[in-house]
Design a protein. Structure first.
Ligand SMILES: *Cc1c(COP(=O)(O)O)cnc(C)c1O
Length: 387
């Protein structure tokens, strides 16, 4: 079955609410048991999809977890209140005091801050590595390296990582491979098949898809699932049933949204590439993007986001360009139906590689591409007028 078909069928309501297309929103904390015997039976089976206590989930959460497990091809899924919580709980599932973590230099910045603060405080050392290192990661492995964290494409700068090569070296050294697969969505990269042990998602982005809920998920293979479930449970993570319902609703249209937003983003990226003001366009589907060959080998499609670096820039010119957009709103996140733009400068968040200067990240929404290009064109006129 192809992914778009799976997206329609996975985690549907019928399994939990016969006849219903969508699983209802179940609000529950206390679950009551008619007899002591039934209570004890639920205690014994509490790690399964059995009504036990609200924090362990209800059919609303289970349906979303089922869908993510199926789409990522894993053994099970743990849900969290945000993507960042999914990242931190996944890391904490596999490291202990005295351990060493290898972290891609292009990681989502709050995850980096977690390593530099929380992990440091509990005695876990982090080494950042060049996202393009590939099999060379073997040279950074230590006897106490317990996890290698990957994110591909990298946040803001879009480097593509050679996950199979990294996973082979990590596994040879006894480490698990965690991957932040948010940018690819469950659609464009089968990262567990490529050797990752845990696929992490900020569902906030493409799965929710409508900029109205925060949620995270981590899908693990058989060998890693028990550790992941243990950390999720003991840190007390839970996901709101209302937000899980929104994620399930968003999921059903993921394939056409990704397709259209991806096509629009590529057209915008190619348009920027022709412009004399633009020095570089960072989009994995463009042949000069770092890791493009690996992207072609491993990914089945492009996402809605890309960045540009201007040849010459000034704060005032960038502000004039962004402030006047009609369709690109200034804001964090991506994956919604509306186009976004984000001024950024990753220079301070790179230590294994160097990055100099500001960039501008775009998210293509579902607006008409010609309208978006007209908006970008007017933006560059404002940029030039102020520069
Ligand atoms: C947004 C994002 C996160 C964080 O997710 P939240 O749901 O906002 O906490 C993590 N990783 C990547 C790649 C992201 O884009």
């Amino acid at each position: 079955m192809k992914k778009p078909t799976r997206i329609v069928h996975s985690g549907r309501g019928g399994k939990y609410a016969p006849g219903m297309i969508n699983v209802p929103v179940y609000h529950a904390s206390t679950i009551v048991f008619p007899t002591v015997a039934e209570f004890r039976q639920a205690v014994a089976r509490r790690n399964e999809q059995v009504l036990y206590y609200g924090r362990r989930g209800t059919p609303t959460q289970w349906a979303l977890a089922d869908a993510m497990t199926e789409l990522e091809g894993g053994a099970g899924c743990v849900l969290y209140g945000s993507g960042l919580a999914a990242i931190t709980a996944s890391i904490l599932a596999f490291v202990k005091a005295g351990d060493h973590l290898l972290m891609t230099d292009s990681v989502y910045e709050p995850a980096r801050m977690f390593c530099d603060n929380v992990l440091r405080d509990i005695g876990v050392e982090t080494t950042y590595y060049d996202p393009l290192i590939g099999g060379g990661i073997a040279g950074l492995m230590r006897p106490n390296t317990s996890a290698v964290f990957t994110e591909s494409p990298g946040s803001l700068t879009f480097e593509i990582q050679d996950i199979p090569a990294i996973a082979a070296a990590a596994h040879a050294g006894g480490a698990v491979v965690l991957n932040d697969n948010t940018c690819a969505s469950p659609l464009n990269l089968r990262v567990l098949d490529l050797g990752a042990d845990v696929a992490i998602h900020s569902l906030t982005k493409y799965v929710v898809g409508h900029s109205d809920a925060m949620l995270g998920a981590a899908v693990a293979n058989e060998a890693s699932l028990a550790r992941l479930q243990r950390s999720g449970y003991l840190y007390g993570h839970s996901a709101s049933p209302d937000d899980c319902y929104l994620a399930l609703r968003g999921l059903r249209t993921l394939a056409p949204r990704m397709k259209q937003c991806g096509e629009t983003a590529l057209r915008l990226a190619e348009w920027f590439k022709q412009r004399p003001e633009v020095d570089r366009v960072l989009h994995p589907a463009l042949p000069d993007c770092p890791g493009h060959d690996v992207w072609r080998r491993d990914f089945t499609g492009a996402s809605s986001i890309f960045s540009i670096v201007m040849k010459q820039s000034s704060d005032a010119a960038v502000s004039a360009m962004l402030d006047g957009y009609r369709h690109f709103s200034i804001g964090f996140s991506y994956g919604g139906f509306e186009s976004l733009v984000l001024p950024s400068n990753p220079s301070g968040a790179r230590t294994a590689t160097t990055w100099a200067g500001p960039l501008i990240r775009f998210h293509a929404g579902l607006e008409d591409t010609d309208d978006l290009i007209a908006d970008l064109e007017a933006g560059l006129e404002r940029f030039n007028a102020v520069l």
